[in-house]
Design a protein around this ligand. Structure first.
Ligand SMILES: Nc1nc2c(c(=O)[nH]1)N[C@H]1C(S)=C(S)[C@@H](COP(=O)(O)OP(=O)(O)OC[C@H]3O[C@@H](n4cnc5c(=O)[nH]c(N)nc54)[C@H](O)[C@@H]3O)O[C@H]1N2
Ligand SMILES: Nc1nc2c(c(=O)[nH]1)N[C@H]1C(S)=C(S)[C@@H](COP(=O)(O)OP(=O)(O)OC[C@H]3O[C@@H](n4cnc5c(=O)[nH]c(N)nc54)[C@H](O)[C@@H]3O)O[C@H]1N2
Ligand code: SF4
Ligand SMILES: [Mo]
Length: 728
């Protein structure tokens, strides 16, 4: 028997009650506004944009959540998913109490246990791992603020290994590339100044479907002010439909286009000479490097007309420096992603847009000290040298490398804490590896609000209360206007759920590390911090969002030298760090693999109605979009003999098949590709709305390309075909 078999436990555990009623399962109420209304501030956690909002209750019942008008992340408006936050709170399938894996008579199952029993078990296992292998062998995977508390607890114990999927499965190549070029990354929220742009170039960023709130709003402001929109996307995206130029590029060939654009700007003398002379290094080498890559060469790679490439380059130059070539966000595509992101960073430098109005502005946070706690002891070992030594330019954890180093009896990593990330649907094609890791690990703790797939592998599942039921850290994101925002509980925690800080503190105390959590309640931390920032918890509970005056300029000042944290102190068009590391110091184009006969590029993206897989079971959002469809071009549909509405499975070249998914025949996708929205195809039976509906793109990925510079997982090099099936 497996040491840790995947438990598809019955819906009776961790969930309960009747089948969820749609629309949040709220009891019927009289007309809204007729009862006693109370409000409390919150920060939305339906995605990671973290918009500040206000939760309304009427006669003690959840009513609605709306945006805070003072908040620069949302400007008073929440998106579809944010407006459905109450559905996450009222979802009847939520985890309700701690669960412990038990074996009885050869069978494994989860047993609901008390918090004491769950935390005692974890502390005991950690100590055993510490004695047997060393205290540095437990890794944390985390996505979201609450992971911070587990990180502190693990560091105090001696374990520093840590990764979040928003690096190696998302923004890593971009942050690495901009870091190499400008000495700093783009950050979150992205520092794009689109409301002031005169030209905006979107390279696969499908803003409008990607619904990062203020970013979509500033794009619309830019367009209303007359900005020209150029969208490069193999699919006719929502953004493409708003564009003056849609460039339906052959998948995976963007670097060829970017090199050709640089070629035109340099050879026609359209780049910002003054900016380049003032701030950049390596221009001559770049100019020589791009000579072979003219638009005629790029045409053969990208399928885009040379005249179109020249015309769009000239439009960018005319609008510069108020031209934003958007850096994208989820950029782990073909494995050469740091090179593509470097090309985007360099193109922006040639246009002079970094630090200029309409390009990239400079962000500022509120000076908010951390609550004083002891420093953890220094790590015994350099875990990065063990786990990701092949990627010396990367200081962040690489989640896929941590998983690799958790498989087998000799693995370095012996225990996992997984906070708010559903690894089986997040790491591409990694299901077998996660299964093997689960078999070899001595401890797996999953902290989630929902019975996500990863919890099926856990020894212990810890149920967190939702964001509407807890305090978290103050939001202090870098912004145009430094701003603090408060998340506070509107409701007491449902069932036996608890906030992350409480769990981490409980484990630390059992390990004799209570001094790292020197408070009884997290409000003590918030109160102390707010006092340092000239506010108070009472004030923030009233206003939710507080703006502070800026201390630094929003853009580069013409009369002051700008400084860059690169080895040369300048914007590095030619990257000395890449050269020293044996990587290509100037952007290098690698032609992508093309699909084998009968197969199609597997393209995927977002829908405005959902965030990854985390909202599919949300009753309000499920009603809006209960399944994904696979987009197929009419010519491909004719070849495959499928029509809109047909029920098919997707099959990859290894013969792996998805759940059933419906076909949508549309001219909006190229004949060589199919497209689906990521996040569907849940298998855990405890998510009663989401289970079994739609297809999961992550499971189908068979050709994951590792970026040689930052180690991330390129997810766009996989292929699928369609297999007809009957409706089940
Ligand atoms: N195939 C494929 N893979 C992808 C992507 C893709 O498009 N396709 N996108 C990539 C990108 S851009 C990213 S950023 C990552 C995202 O990857 P993840 O962060 O893993 O995203 P989710 O799948 O939504 O998993 C989030 C988990 O957090 C839980 N959760 C939600 N709220 C809370 C909370 O308040 N507390 C706790 N403890 N848990 C909570 C949810 O129930 C869910 O199980 O995935 C990457 N992987
Ligand atoms: N509603 C909603 N919004 C979200 C999220 C969500 O889950 N739901 N997730 C958020 C997160 S964490 C992230 S990282 C972002 C991700 O959002 P983005 O960074 O905007 O987009 P990607 O997912 O990388 O790209 C999807 C687009 O790339 C196109 N594309 C595919 N292949 C190619 C190619 O070879 N070249 C070019 N030029 N384009 C190509 C696809 O057709 C699609 O339109 O979205 C964020 N916003
Ligand atoms: S963009 Fe939407 S889901 Fe994301 S934090 Fe803002 S309101 Fe919430
Ligand atoms: Mo992401």
């Amino acid at each position: 028997m497996n040491r840790r078999e995947f438990l598809k436990i019955s819906a009776a555990l961790g969930a309960g009650g009747a089948m969820p009623a749609l629309l949040g399962g709220c009891a019927p109420r009289p007309l809204p506004g007729a009862g006693a209304v109370t409000t409390s501030p919150t920060v939305c956690n339906m995605c990671f944009w973290q918009c500040a909002g206000t939760l309304y209750q009427e006669d003690g019942q959840a009513w609605k959540v709306v945006g805070n008008p003072d908040d620069p992340h949302c400007d008073g408006r929440l998106c579809t998913r944010g407006s459905a936050g109450i559905g996450a709170y009222s979802d009847p399938d939520r985890l309700r109490q701690p669960l412990l894996r038990v074996s009885e008579g050869g069978a494994q199952r989860f047993e609901p246990v008390s918090w004491d029993a769950a935390l005692d078990f974890i502390a005991e296992k950690m100590n055993t791992i510490g004695e047997q292998y060393g205290k540095d062998r437990i890794a944390l995977f985390s996505h979201g603020g609450g992971g911070k508390h587990f990180r502190r607890m693990l560091q105090a114990f001696g374990s520093h290994a840590y990764a979040h999927p928003s690096f190696a499965q998302c923004r890593g190549p971009r942050e690495t590339a901009f870091g190499l070029t400008y000495g700093e990354g783009v950050g979150s929220p992205d520092r794009t100044d689109m409301s002031n742009s005169r030209c905006i170039v979107l390279i696969g960023s499908h803003l409008g479907e990607n619904l990062h709130n203020s970013q979509v709003q500033t794009l619309i402001q830019g367009l209303n002010n007359g900005a020209t929109l150029i969208t490069v996307d193999p699919r006719f995206s929502v953004a493409a439909s708003k564009s003056k130029y849609w460039l339906p590029i052959k998948p995976g060939t963007d670097i060829a286009l970017l090199l050709a654009w640089m070629n035109v700007l340099i050879n026609e003398g359209l780049y910002d000479r003054d900016y380049v002379a003032r701030y950049c290094s390596g221009f001559d080498r770049l100019a020589a490097h791009v000579q072979p890559y003219n638009p005629e060469w790029a045409y053969l790679e990208t399928g885009l007309e040379p005249a179109r490439i020249r015309e769009t380059a000239r439009i960018m130059a005319t609008a510069a420096p108020a031209t934003l070539v958007h850096p994208g966000r989820h950029v782990t595509w073909y494995g050469d992603d740091t090179q593509r992101s470097r090309a985007i960073a360099i193109l922006n430098a040639l246009l002079g847009s970094w630090g200029r109005p309409g390009g990239f502005y400079q962000q500022e946070k509120v000076a908010l000290p951390e609550f004083p706690v002891p420093q953890p002891p220094p790590p015994k070992d350099d875990w990065k040298a063990v786990v990701q030594g092949d990627f010396p330019l990367v200081s962040t954890g690489i989640s896929n490398k941590l998983v690799e180093h958790s498989v087998g009896p000799d693995a370095y990593i012996k225990g996992w804490f997984v906070y708010a990330t559903n690894l089986p649907m997040t790491l591409p094609g990694a299901n077998e590896q996660i299964k093997s890791a689960a078999e070899s690990l001595d401890l797996m703790v999953v902290v989630d609000t929902m019975p996500a797939e990863i919890s099926g592998y856990a020894d212990v599942v810890l149920p967190e209360c939702t964001y509407l039921e807890r305090y978290d850290d103050l939001r202090n994101a870098p912004e145009r206007t430094p701003t603090l925002a408060l998340r506070m509980p509107a409701f007491p925690p449902s069932h036996e759920t608890k906030p992350a800080w409480w769990m981490a503190k409980g484990i630390a105390e059992r390990l004799g590390l209570g001094e790292y959590f020197p408070w009884q309640d997290y409000t003590e931390v918030l109160e102390w911090q707010l006092k340092q920032a000239g506010s108070s918890l009472a004030e923030m509970q009233r206003i939710g969002v507080k703006r502070y005056p800026r201390k630094t300029p929003v853009y580069f000042a013409d009369d002051q030298p700008a400084e860059f944290s690169t080895p040369s102190g300048r914007i590095e068009l030619y990257s000395t760090l890449l050269a020293d590391a044996g990587q290509h110091p100037l952007p290098r184009y690698t032609p992508p693999e093309r699909p084998p006969a009968g197969f199609y590029h597997l393209n995927y993206g977002r829908s405005p109605a959902h965030t990854f897989g985390r909202t599919i079971n949300n009753p309000q959002l499920f009603e809006l979009m209960p399944e994904n469809t696979v987009w197929v071009h009419p010519s491909a549909a004719a070849r495959l003999r499928v029509a809109s509405g047909d029920y098919v499975a997707l099959e990859n070249p290894d013969g792996l098949r998805s759940n059933g998914i419906r076909v949508r025949v549309t001219e909006r996708i190229r004949p060589d590709s199919v497209f689906l929205v990521h996040g569907f195809g849940h298998s855990d039976q405890r998510q009663r709305l989401a289970r079994g509906v739609g297809a999961d793109d992550a499971a189908l990925m068979h050709n994951v390309k590792i970026d040689p510079i930052m180690g991330g997982t390129g997810m766009r090099a996989s292929f699928v075909t369609l297999v007809k099936r009957e409706v089940s």
